[in-house]
Design a protein around this ligand. Structure first.
Ligand code: ADP
Ligand code: F6P
Length: 327
């Protein structure tokens, strides 16, 4: 028979994402509503191993729904890759009587949670918190909407100066393994080309299309590149283009960590609140080792294993849209 969850541990792990605080607030308040104890774990798996854990109450999450970052802080934790580290983490939870764990993080954090829950008797529930949106089985991840809107706002500004000077701009956005930020922000800002890790970049085609545009005096061109693109990021793309387009004025802008910060958008606050609420409900229903996803506006519980094994596929339609709209 399933053991009833009475004390929940809660942590944020991996890259932070706007909306993580809204999710923390939702987990804490839903837990307290159900009469559970909620314990915050500082700095992700690092704090779990170091027993940096404290009891949270309703007030400890006041006035955070609108704040970026995470009040629980986050970290990348080498020791959690080792069995001994995870054992220490489990012993800390056991000693404190914590019998359910909510992990807010990206696919790496989910990978850690899968191992942890397979090895030890502790149900884990994941909340997809990553600006990269690289978790399979959900239409949304906490932080993506805010990050992509930050990118769009920045690119719009760059377009003003790019247009005034008739320049080519190569803008690098985040996404080490996933191109969703590049695709969404690129289409939304009218990019001529978008380079993403999921697809092989055809520099020959890009150069040919820019040369053709140069012939018809279209000098303003926006290229959005995900940092993990196979060509090696915006600086490498610039080198390749400069060689073949000596007359063009080419500039690079790397947006960087600005995309990870800032006040979460309404969508991110909303999905974080819904997901946080359902994380607690699902623990109480006896679910374990699933993450809370939203598909077609309905909540789904997807095995953590599925999220880490499957990679989302970028539909060909997206690139077709880029090509047709950028003429
Ligand atoms: P994200 O969750 O944003 O993808 P990371 O990939 O850096 O971020 O993962 C966050 C943390 O999750 C890692 O620092 C590590 O502690 C843990 N983790 C990731 N992958 C594994 C794994 N294969 N085994 C155990 N722990 C892992
Ligand atoms: O949050 C995910 C991500 O933004 C990746 O796209 C990026 O490569 C990485 O985090 C960089 O994170 P950090 O600087 O914290 O290592």
């Amino acid at each position: 028979m399933e053991k009833k969850v009475t004390k929940i541990g809660l942590l944020t792990s991996g890259g932070d994402a706007p909306g993580m605080n809204a999710a923390i607030r939702a987990v804490v308040r839903t837990g307290i509503y159900h009469g559970l104890e909620v314990h915050g774990i500082m700095r992700g798996y690092q704090g779990l191993i170091e027993d940096d854990i404290f009891r949270m109450d309703s007030r400890s999450v006041a006035n955070i729904i609108q704040r970026g970052g995470t009040i629980l802080k986050t970290a990348r934790c080498k020791d959690f890759f080792e069995y001994e580290g995870r054992q220490k983490a489990y012993e800390n939870l056991k000693r404190r009587g914590i019998n359910g764990l909510v992990v807010i993080g990206g696919d790496g954090s989910f990978r850690g949670a899968v191992k942890f829950s397979n090895e030890f008797d502790i149900p884990c529930i994941g909340l997809a918190g990553t600006i990269d949106k690289d978790i399979h089985g959900t239409d949304f991840t906490i932080g993506f909407d805010t990050a992509v809107n930050t990118a769009v706002e920045a690119i719009d500004k760059i377009r003003d100066t790019m247009d005034s000077h008739d320049r080519i701009f190569i803008i690098e956005v985040m996404g080490r393994d996933a191109g969703y930020i590049a695709l969404h922000s690129g289409i939304a800002t009218g990019a001529e080309n978008i380079l993403i890790p999921e697809l092989k970049s055809n520099m020959k085609d890009i150069i040919a299309s820019l040369q053709e545009k140069e012939r018809r005096k279209k000098m303003v061109n926006l290229i959005v590149v995900a940092e993990g693109d196979d060509f090696g990021g915006a600086n490498e793309v610039q080198k390749a283009l400069a060689e073949k387009l000596p007359k063009a004025e080419i500039r690079v802008c790397i947006l960087g960590h600005i995309q990870r910060g800032g006040s979460p958008s309404c969508i991110d606050r909303l999905i974080a609140s819904r997901m946080g609420f359902h994380a607690v409900e699902s623990l109480l229903e006896g679910r374990h080792n699933v993450f809370v996803g939203i598909l077609n506006n309905r909540m789904h519980y997807i095995p953590l294993e599925n999220a880490v094994k499957n990679k989302g596929k970028i539909s060909d339609e997206w690139m077709k849209i880029v090509k047709i709209l950028a003429s």
